[in-house]
Design a protein around this ligand. Structure first.
Ligand code: SF4
Ligand code: F3S
Length: 104
């Protein structure tokens, strides 16, 4: 499976949603996650993310995000259409420690 990682937070471009063939993205207030049981591992979302926030769960950078995606995919609603990103998305791209400061 693939996972959404920290740099999605407060960027939330949602380009990933438009390309996923199985609609397995779930939406929180300021980021998305991937449902690990629904993702078919096709990989098409990874290069589409402008914030480079998507990784295979086997990637070293996936780390604790594997459990994070699993946990919130069970709680958040599915998102099946892309939305306008936050107005300041571009300036948030690459910010450090977004989980601590911008996740809600
Ligand atoms: Fe969807 Fe494929 Fe990305 Fe999994 S890897 S979330 S199935 S686009
Ligand atoms: Fe997040 Fe990238 Fe999708 S910023 S919403 S994982 S396109």
């Amino acid at each position: 499976t693939y996972v959404v990682t920290e740099n999605c937070i407060a960027c939330k471009y949602t380009d990933c949603v438009d390309v996923c063939p199985v609609d397995c993205f779930y939406e929180g207030e300021n980021m998305l996650v991937i449902h690990p049981e629904e993702c078919i591992d096709c990989g098409v979302c990874e290069p589409e993310c402008p914030a480079d926030a998507i990784r295979p769960d086997t990637d070293a950078e996936a780390g604790s995000w594997v459990e994070f995606n699993r946990r919130y995919a069970e709680i958040w609603p599915v998102i099946i259409e892309a939305r306008e990103p936050p107005a300041n998305a571009d300036s948030m791209d690459g910010e450090a420690d977004k989980l601590k400061t911008h996740f809600s």
